[in-house]
Design a protein around this ligand. Sequence first.
Ligand code: GAF
Length: 385
Amino acid sequence: MTPLDKALYDNVSAAFAAQFGSAPDLLARAPGRVNLIGEHTDYNDGFVLPCAIGPSTMVAVSRRDDNAVHVVAVDFDNAVDAFDLKQPIGRNTDQPWADYVRGMIMALQNDGHALTGANIAIAGNLPKGAGLSSSASLEVAVGKAMLALANIEIDHSRLAQIAQSAECDFVGTKCGIMDQLISAQGKAGHALLIDCRSLALTDAPVPDDIAIMIVHSGVTRGLVDGHYNERRRQCEAAAKAMSVAALRDANLDMLAAAGLDAVTMSRARHVITENQRTLDAADALAKNDLTTLGALMAQSHASMRDDFEITVPAIDELVALLQRAIGPVGGARMTGGGFGGACVAVMPATSVDKVRAAIAAEYKTPEGTSPLIMVERPGPGVAIL
Ligand code: GAF
């Protein structure tokens, strides 16, 4: 166990004991993720290139003799939630975090899994609102733990699909599959090229001498807002106008002929070009060609800024700074759903110190503080500890 995992393990185990007066039966850990490239392509049946990271959500559980589920959330001041497995599970309007737990448990039951009552403690060390998938990791960890408690094993891609349905149908964010799938299927030392239509996973090894740096802009974001669902509707409208099942099936010639309004057209242009960039980036990574990978990341960021319009000024500033500091070998872009959150940068490991120094000298969060910087190796997906 890494020191980061050990600290979280101790934290969630202690919270479990304090709340429920016993040790948990088992613990599950599900990681957050950083997406190297392929943004807003997943719900268009396209390609993404994420990797799982070290920070995660851990869930400690024990079986109860009744049908109740009792939950304590360490990161929300030990707030508690309780509901009954055999009653209709509704939203908890006072505590948004609880809906990810409720939604996941309801989605598992809807998928036919016979769960048992449970005591649950939750703690995580992913920065909230950074676009690093703290909610997906919560869903996946809760799912894995609840299934293990009932002695049920399922394929991890199926687990991810159930978690995605929890978020889409219960929480109300019409997200794609990327975050849940990489949290469930992540592989140490690798990014994964994911075909979000077939869910085929292709290993993309990340050599040890390449550093993946994540810098949190300090502008926090929430997925449960209108912007995300609006983008999805625009993409679906564009696909419909071109008579294709999803933008994955469209190309720039079809787009030019489709007669779409300017905004819908630029949304679709982002997705069509981003899909190709993602495939090209996987290729560049396989060849250890950081120059091409960096150029593709720069194009991806410009497309998110100009065509998809999901960046914010602080993020654009941070990405420009990172690109300057890294130079031509490597690159940077915003990562995740947008409207704030983190940037991802890829560079030779030998460049990390000079990039850190440039950030320290030139960037402050909107609160005037130094931004959180993480240098990550791709880690494993969900597991019982
Ligand atoms: C969020 C969503 F949850 C993902 O499904 C994906 O669409 C991403 O934004 C943008 O690429 O993280």
